[in-house]
Design a protein around this ligand. Structure first.
Ligand code: CDP
Length: 235
């Protein structure tokens, strides 16, 4: 493909897809959230802190975080085989690593906080939407946190550095996709994955775009949390 002058979707290179965030979507969970970026929809549910079983897995020094990422069979055009797979194991692990730095689990020795991330519709960027949803659900569950975490993927498609790749862009032959998660206030990066080659200059530009994007996502997450408490006040 020659130069990429305009995105397939018509978005600007620094423009994310439409974002929607809501907490309290699963009543039986201790905390829950929905986070949508365009056609990618993630739902996160938090259970705990609760005593960890089997007991030999317990840590008397701190509570532990356990994330489980899954995509429903009907979330993608070509039916996904239900159940765990390698990709899910990897994404569960990076989700955990992206969230752990903001969590204060020391006050919950021998306990576990479980986070289930379910992708009900996928159009690229699912791990990022999942992380933003999980951070919201943890806050909604009242788990002590130093900060929120927001995530977005940035990358390079046909010579252009851009934010929030959709599936059409990810599928371009030379596309480089870099999922990035960061904390809200200090914008400390808690996840950065990069497969393939990218010049340092482009990487720096991409990180700058991710910072701008995460700042916007953080505001939307904060609003979702505030809205939930507004409705409680009015009940
Ligand atoms: O979703 P994310 O970009 O975090 O991870 P990926 O492994 O790079 O997957 C990119 C996209 O491929 C997903 O968001 C889905 O849209 C699609 N996909 C799919 O169609 N079928 C699968 N079994 C896995 C992914």
């Amino acid at each position: 493909m020659a130069g990429y002058d305009k995105r397939f979707s018509g978005r600007k290179f620094d423009e994310m897809r439409e974002i929607e965030a809501k907490v309290g979507v699963i009543k039986r969970a201790d905390g829950s959230a929905l986070f949508r970026m365009g056609d990618t929809i993630a739902i996160a549910a938090v259970y705990g802190p609760r005593e960890l079983h089997p007991r030999f897995l317990q840590n008397p020094e701190t509570g532990i975080l356990r994330c489980n990422y899954d995509m429903t069979s009907f979330s993608v055009p070509e039916r996904k085989r239900p159940g765990p797979n390698r990709r899910g194991v990897e994404i569960s692990l990076v989700t955990e690593k992206a969230l752990l730095p903001v969590l204060e689990l020391k006050q919950f020795p021998n306990a576990v906080v479980d986070v289930f991330v379910e992708i009900v519709q996928a159009n690229a960027g699912t791990r990022c939407a999942g992380i933003s949803a999980a951070a919201l659900a943890l806050a909604h569950a009242g788990i002590p946190m130093k900060d929120l975490v927001s995530a977005v993927s940035v990358g390079k498609v046909s010579g252009k550095v851009l934010i929030d790749l959709d599936k059409e862009e990810e599928d371009v032959d030379d596309a480089t996709d870099i999922p990035i998660a960061m904390t809200g206030r200090k914008q400390e990066i808690t996840l950065l994955q990069l497969d393939g080659n990218l010049a340092k200059k482009d990487l720096m530009e991409a990180i700058k775009l991710a910072k701008q994007g995460c700042e916007k996502i953080n505001k939307i997450q904060q609003k979702a949390l505030k809205d939930a408490y507004k409705s409680v006040k009015n009940e």
